[in-house]
Design a protein around this ligand. Sequence first.
Ligand code: FAD
Length: 473
Amino acid sequence: MTAALLDTLRQTVGAAHVLTEGDLSAWTQDWRRREPGRALAVVRPANTQEVAAVVRACAHTGTPIVPQGGNTGLSVGSTPDGSGQAVLLSLARLNRVRAIDQANLTMTAEAGCILQAVQQAAAQADLLFPLSLAAEGSCTIGGNLAANAGGTQVLRYGNARELCLGLEVVTAQGDIWDGLSGLRKDNTGYDLRHLMIGSEGTLGIITAATLKLFARPAAQLTAWAALPSMAAAVQLLGLAQRHLGAALTGFEVMGQFALSLVSRHMPQLRVPFVGQADAPWCVLLENSDSESEQHARERFERLMELALEAGCIQDAVVAESIAQARELWHVRESIPLAQAQEGLNIKHDISVAASRIPDFVAHTDALLTREVPGARLVTFGHLGDGNLHYNVQAPEGGDAAAFLRQQEARVNQLVYDAVAAHGGSFSAEHGVGRLKAHTLTHYKSPVALSMMRAIKAALDPQGILNPGCVLSK
Ligand code: FAD
């Protein structure tokens, strides 16, 4: 049966695009190297019809399918398990921008388009596609939508979900649903688009999307401020929202230890206020103005004065050039890499209402310091969205692998219990994947879980689409 399936797949997409031998780790190993996977074959269709034919062939034999875009996901959802039974379906060759509609402010792009290429295509049309994240040079728009990616501009433009007006999807039966309308209003029943977005490849294969575009801001300014406390950071967020309104497009918080890792591992980068003992937190703010750079600078400088008067910042720098602004963003975006270079760590991508973040951080920092001696807390994230990457680095100089083996489950429970107690979510933007499927079972309400299982059973009765991802088997 396997040989017959592989023959059909070769006939469908061409033998060169059905890979079964050699080093397939680029597709089968997850980005964080948490779990080595094995695939029956890596299959690389070129268009929607080929995707549909591949799914039909797999449905016929009951073969599991794991869809994959750029394989930058952080929850082990885009790689197969170790059984070697699943077909890894790479969408990378579906990489055409099909159309840009200037008057409707939309772009229709295929799922395998790299996010950066989508941004560039919008810029060439003098428009903006605002989704932005550190993996944008490798992740795909299909993966962004399947994972409902967040990133640095959510505060102003929303998650990937808010940026999508329509989808083209291959169902678990291999049918093609053309939902590529560019409509901003369409109340004709259940919203299948929103069901697919964030479903992490478990309900359908996204092959194309119609995306919202925006006018490009006339000027963008970036500032970096040093703050005495997390409460001050939340106070500054409120001030910035009131003073800048929709012009506030980024608000990132970074703890001093996270910044010290960037200084240690990337000594070529200049990190403002790093090591300043009276400023345990720094914030990066971005102001995107529709009028002019001068207008943006005046409003930004006034905001900084107000923040200084209110005592919520100690010091601040406003970037003088685009190069300086890029450098500041580069520091922020280098934290995950610096953390990886420091060694193995336990990652949490949590959200809590911004107003409750100071209490969550104080409570959970104290808890971990008491319960897990030596643990080093690497806290940073999109404070404007109430989203923290609340990560735990093994004790300095210790055996990090042993630390993770012994402590990871306990640390996760301490953190996720604290998140739940603060009314938050254990996965803000990285999704559930296979890594957190059991966590979902534990923290999601039984009613919500039962509705999710009913939807999965209705759309994918054979359970072939990304089994074990989101909903545990
Ligand atoms: P993949 O990793 O290939 O897949 C992700 C999930 O979507 C998997 O479950 C997969 O099966 C499914 N999938 C992929 N393509 C399709 C498709 N066409 N149809 C159906 N299902 C599909 N995420 C954020 O939200 N915000 C951040 O700020 C952020 N920063 C990051 C920084 C770094 C350095 C890295 C490595 C990752 C970061 N991520 C972030 C996580 C990741 O980049 C995003 O989740 C991204 O959206 C995944 O896109 P991808 O194409 O790589 O998808």
